[in-house]
Write a protein that binds this ligand. Structure first.
Ligand code: CP
Ligand code: NVA
Length: 307
């Protein structure tokens, strides 16, 4: 038994630093020992309302590596797409599978699925959080830097789902987090407040600094994400203008620590939020980061389904 068994993973706000440390240690273990029968005969149902490369493949391969199985359920193909309620879907699927993963347009739907499911529900990205991504990010930083506490991580760009989860988890691990966005694209105020409260508990800090050059001073990690997230395509041209000056390029990278690491959750748009020179350069760890999605998610699955 463990404290996470049967628990949902909707946001890391529901978790403690010791639970996260335990997940990180387990992720390290499964990375070194990938093939097990630890979830033999277990099934993960994965409901997608949006596109995915990493989330879909890493969850599916991760389950198979542990002796289990995963089902890809596109929301357009299952009855949800024809109006069957999330509550009914949750109860039906709970009778078949041992855990559910949901990538959705709204956190409300995720909460509804979790409320009615009798198996753990894992957030595979919603409008305000991307917890699996943040765990992989933190895990990657720990691998590269050997510690988390006291490191400075700077997120440049849109105050979106990825920024929110990164901010929460970095604060929980005692890091200094700086979020640099144009006016009007700041992270959600309530989530920022919660991350600041977490930082207070664990000795970290969460700050907003609109000037990216100032923000990256002394940074150990520079992170960015796309300016236009899935579902915001109609705002693309407005956003391209608004984010002018927030590109992570060589000159911005030079303003950080000499050994600063560049991270991006991917998919990336070279020439927009990051230059090819930076993302394909020697300080970039984006593919290690992408691979780590699988290792941390295997740890999450083991912990929530039961190890
Ligand atoms: N980073 C991430 O979640 O990628 P996908 O959209 O490809 O799953
Ligand atoms: N912020 C991006 C992340 C994609 C993995 C989006 O929501 O589209």
């Amino acid at each position: 038994g463990n404290s996470m068994q049967g628990k949902h993973v909707l946001t890391w706000l529901d978790y403690t630093q010791s639970e996260i440390s335990r997940l990180l240690a387990q992720a390290q273990y499964v990375k070194e020992n990938p093939y097990t029968q630890s979830l033999k005969g277990k099934n993960l149902g994965m409901i997608f309302e949006k596109s995915s490369t990493r989330t879909r493949v890493s969850f599916e391969v991760g389950m198979v590596q542990m002796g289990g199985h995963a089902l890809y359920l596109n929301s357009r193909d299952i009855q949800i797409g024809r109006g069957e309620t999330i509550a009914d879907t949750a109860q039906v699927l709970s009778g078949y599978v041992d855990a559910l993963m949901f990538r959705t347009t709204s956190h409300e739907k995720l909460k509804e699925l979790a409320e009615h499911a009798s198996v753990p529900v894992i957030n595979g990205l919603c409008d305000i959080y991307h917890p699996c991504q943040a765990l992989a990010d933190i895990f990657t930083i720990l691998e590269l830097k050997g510690r988390l506490e006291g490191l400075k991580i700077v997120y440049i760009g849109d105050g979106n789902n990825v920024a929110h989860s990164l901010m929460i988890l970095s604060a929980m691990m005692g890091m200094e987090v700086v979020i640099s966005t144009p006016e009007g694209y700041e992270p959600d105020g309530e989530i920022t407040g919660k991350a600041q409260a977490i930082a207070k508990t664990y000795g970290g800090a969460v700050l907003l600094e609109a000037d990216p050059k100032k923000a990256v001073e002394g940074a150990d990690v520079i992170y960015t994400d796309v300016w236009t997230s899935m579902g915001q395509e109609s705002e693309t041209s407005v956003r391209l203008k608004a984010f002018n000056g927030y590109q992570v390029n060589q000159s911005l990278l030079k303003a950080a620590e000499a050994d600063a690491v560049f991270l991006h959750c991917l998919p990336a748009h070279r020439g927009e939020e990051v230059t090819a020179e930076v993302i394909d350069g020697k300080q970039s760890a984006v593919f290690q980061q992408a691979e780590n999605r699988m290792h941390v998610q295997k740890a999450i699955l083991q912990a929530t389904i039961g190890w």
